[in-house]
Design a protein around this ligand. Structure first.
Ligand code: FAD
Length: 823
């Protein structure tokens, strides 16, 4: 048997090797148009970026080794230009000599891959515009970067390859601008998943334009001008076109083989084309999608390799093996992020008109108490009744790969979300949690199928008439203070049970927390208390916030320029003030501090610098990246940039001219907290909020009443004359903040000790230090005169700086603000 294979990379080389193992006597000829076979296409961007440094590492097997090991005749630089199906011959054209000859076959295998799309845009043939598909393309791009030393690149198209090139050219020190026609990067995933990539690209100082395409290229001596459809002009030194690929079907078409409706070579489940002696595989074919049964194209290495084995087996042993179709399981690294998907995204299901349920949630890569846990955002789609899994998408920093593979495995065998809940995974704290995010996905979906929870997507919420809804934010007051959905009311999830009277029964209630879990707890409380019209905002505030904020990142290189020596100047926004010229930067280290520590520290430092100067603050609290945005917008300071790298958040803030009042239209700038309790945990909560609010520029008043007076008592005993009842009540009040107990699990005084130990371990400020911070930040401490009288507390017993006031003082302060809490 003589087998001719067209294409010597992923699919073709696999077919040849497998065939040799199956059919020792077969004559096998492998034709490759280019100069290399069996190389790592997927590694090409990383070689350009010099992450892969040795070019030889790109070549899995050389022509010579392949010939020796597999006894296959490898003919490189030899293009098959024609197939004569009647005579069962192919025409070969040698690139070097131009010589043409014919070769006969018994079986022919086509694995010619795909070709990059290059639309007829004016100026597209400029020598500084490249596409990336082969080793030759790679050499051209790398040579250009090495010798011409471009400082700017425009990447047209933000699919997987475009983003990999963005990362790698950024790694080579180029200013990277991405132009994408769609409203998001990575079109295979849903918008809110891509939105996380958008925000990450911003932290990496990548410029990008969405909803805009290229109208023309215009070559000049110094630079190339890319004009976008919006009219914007971008000067650049290099362009990478990565707007997609199409199956290379030229040869098949000319030979009269059937081409399918998706544009690929049509094959049967044995991978035979419309001619039984010709098999086809890889990027060039189309194949029914396992979920919809509709023809689909897949441009991935895994399917091409697997198809190569199937085709080789069927050629050697007769048609026995069938290809099940691809779920398009894919993964990509985008700077520090990993993005992965399998099966159907929500938008594809919508386009297919299939009934579906989608959920979003956020989880950790491993147990939160083991250091280094990173966030994962997961989206699942499934059938709303049977629970049959349709697809999954994940974006995160760690552990994305193993989760997507679990989802893909369940999807592959037509599994359901219930099976996700049951998956048994290997667990130890550094790797996962006892309930892995994949299990949690199953739990969340199962709850929906059982009618125990109802999700609403962020985009469905936006389509509703928001004022008619009751938006219930069940996060902590500190989280709420740093940003919420407009109009939302804050009742922390553990207070919902006791504050049902504040939640209307005649309105649709949308409950949300940061990631979904606390909202689910609150949702359950409401449902079991007779509320019926309740929805959980899928993915919580995190998804909502990421998806609804500004996505593109324009004009970020506006102030930068390329010097005559070809270097980028002023690329560092840190030292260039808003008013031009350079500015001083004060460095502030807030690593190890928990919220609101970094914000408090910043506030203090801001007071020390003049308007226009900057602070570079480095924090390890991941929430700081979000908090700092809210804080700046509340206080009128300017956030110059915020980026995350290696688990640290680095923010540059410029001191603003006039602090802006956080509440300008609907209320005053005061926050008032009535501190009634003398539980240590409640006292902590009061001071966390007070300090957070003070740091945001609010005028904060703490009104200590009844048992709350204990918190502001001096630690030492003070002699004061009291009557009998006064002495009795005085004995019941703990002597200052250090003597407070916990509201729960006090364990005869062990609880507070444990709490203090834990706070120290987690580098949370002590209660005493928070009290001092509050006083220094100008928070007013008012002791309720009436309570003092009743409880037998005298002014001398209270901390210095505490004022004594009555209810009128409290009401006067409370009337000036919107935030008024009772703790
Ligand atoms: P190819 O591997 O492209 O091989 C086709 C070969 O056929 C080519 O070398 C071509 O020169 C040759 N040929 C075509 N016509 C003829 C002819 N008439 N005569 C002789 N020879 C011919 N996939 C992933 O799953 N993960 C990734 O991370 C990933 N990254 C990628 C990064 C880049 C830069 C690129 C370009 C692709 C990437 N892919 C990735 C896609 C993956 O490489 C392809 O899906 C896979 O290689 C397809 O295999 P194939 O055999 O169909 O085509």
């Amino acid at each position: 048997m003589k087998v001719v294979i067209v294409g010597g990379v992923a699919g073709g080389a696999t077919t040849a090797a497998r065939l040799r193992r199956n059919a020792e006597q077969a004559e096998i000829l492998l034709f490759e148009r280019g100069g290399y076979i069996s190389y790592a296409n997927c590694g090409l961007p990383y070689y350009i970026g010099e992450v892969i440094q040795d070019r030889n590492n790109l070549f899995v097997v050389s022509k010579e080794t392949f010939e020796q090991n597999f006894h296959v005749q490898v003919r490189i630089n030899s293009e098959i230009t024609e197939i004569d199906r009647g005579r069962k011959t192919v025409t070969v054209k040698e690139a070097a000599t131009g010589r043409e000859y014919k070769e006969s076959y018994d079986k022919l295998v086509l694995s010619p891959g795909a070709e990059p799309i290059k639309p007829p845009i004016p100026g597209i043939n400029d020598e500084r515009i490249f596409t990336l598909r082969s080793v030759v393309d790679t050499d051209h791009i790398k040579n250009f970067v090495d010798t011409r030393k471009p400082r700017r690149v425009v990447i047209v198209g933000a699919g997987f390859i475009g983003l990999e090139m963005a990362e790698n050219l950024h790694h080579r020190g180029l200013q990277v601008t991405i132009v994408e026609m769609a409203q998001q990067v990575m079109n295979v995933v849903d918008y809110e998943i891509a939105a996380e990539v958008h925000q990450h690209l911003k932290t990496k100082h990548v410029e990008f334009y969405l909803n805009d395409g290229v109208a023309s290229f215009e070559g000049g001596d110094e630079s190339l001008t890319v004009t976008l459809k919006s009219g914007r002009k971008i000067a650049t030194d290099l362009v990478i076109l990565s707007i997609g690929v199409r199956p290379d079907t030229k040869l098949a078409k000319a030979a009269g083989l059937e081409i399918g409706s998706a544009g690929g070579i049509k094959v049967n489940p044995y991978l035979q084309t419309s001619d039984p002696d010709i098999y086809a595989l890889g990027d060039a074919i189309e194949f029914p999608n396992p979920i919809t049964g509709k023809p689909a194209l897949t441009f991935l290495a895994g399917p091409a390799n697997k198809q190569g084995r199937i085709a080789a087996d069927n050629i050697a042993f007769g048609n026995k093996k069938t290809y099940p179709g691809s779920l398009a399981t894919a993964i990509a690294k985008v700077f520090d992020l990993t993005v992965a998907s399998t099966g159907f995204a929500e938008k594809s299901l919508k386009a297919e008109g299939l009934p579906y349920q989608a959920i979003n949630f956020h989880a950790s890569s491993h147990a939160g108490y083991y250091p280094g846990a990173k966030g994962l955002s997961i989206k699942l789609t499934f059938h709303p009744e049977s629970g049959k899994l349709y697809g999954a998408q994940i974006v995160g920093y760690e552990g994305v790969d193993k989760r997507i593979d679990l989802f893909a495995t369940v999807l592959r065998h037509g599994g359901t979300v219930q099976e996700l809940a049951e998956i048994e995974h290997a667990y130890a704290p550094p790797y996962s949690s006892a309930k892995d995010p994949v299990n949690i996905a199953g739990f969340v979906a199962e709850n929906i199928l059982l009618g125990r929870s109802r999700h609403i997507q962020w985009h469905e919420l936006l389509e509703k008439d928001l004022p008619t809804l009751f938006l219930l934010d069940v996060r902590t007051p500190e989280e709420y203070a740093l940003g919420t959905i407009e109009g939302a009311v804050n009742i922390p999830h553990n207070q919902v049970r006791n504050r049902l009277s504040e939640i209307p029964r005649d309105r649709t209630i949308i409950v949300f927390c940061a990631a979904g879990l606390r909202a689910y707890v609150a949702e359950r409380i409401l449902l079991q208390n007779g509320y019926t019209d309740v929805y959980n905002l899928s993915g919580g505030y995190k998804t909502f916030q990421i998806a609804t904020q500004k996505q593109s990142n324009e004009d970020i290189f506006e102030k930068d320029f390329i010097g005559k020596d070809d270097r980028i100047y002023q690329a560092n926004p840190e030292t260039r003030g808003s008013a031009g010229g350079t500015v001083n930067i004060t460095r502030l280290d807030a690593t190890g501090m928990q919220c609101p520590g970094p914000i408090m520290k910043l506030k203090g430092a801001m007071e020390q610098i003049p308007v226009g100067e900057r602070i570079l603050e480095i924090a390890s609290d991941p929430g700081f990246a979000r908090d700092i945005k809210s804080w700046c917008s509340m206080t009128g300071n300017k956030l110059i940039g915020v980026e995350e790298e290696g688990g640290l958040v680095r923010a540059i803030i410029e001191k603003g001219e006039k602090p802006v009042s956080p509440i300008t239209e609907s209320g005053g700038n005061a926050t008032t907290i009535v501190v009634f309790s003398n539980d240590m945990d409640r006292a902590l909560a009061s001071f966390v909020i007070a300090n957070g609010a003070a740091a945001s520029g609010k005028e904060v008043t703490l009104f200590f009443t009844f048992w709350g007076l204990s918190i502001i008592k001096k630690p030492e005993k003070v002699l004061a004359s009291k009557d009998f009842l006064g002495r009795m009540f005085g004995m019941m009040l703990p002597q200052g903040s250090k003597k407070l107990g916990l509201s729960r699990m006090n364990f005869a005084g062990m609880g507070p000790k444990l709490m203090r130990y834990r706070m120290k371990q987690k580098q949370v400020e002590s209660l005493e230090s928070m009290i001092q911070s509050a006083l220094q930040a100008g928070v007013r401490f008012i002791a309720c005169q009436m309570s003092m009288d009743v409880m037998g507390v005298t002014k001398e017993e209270l901390l210095d700086g505490v004022e004594v006031g009555g209810v009128a003082t409290y009401l006067e302060r409370a009337s000036k603000g919107q935030v008024n809490l009772f703790i």
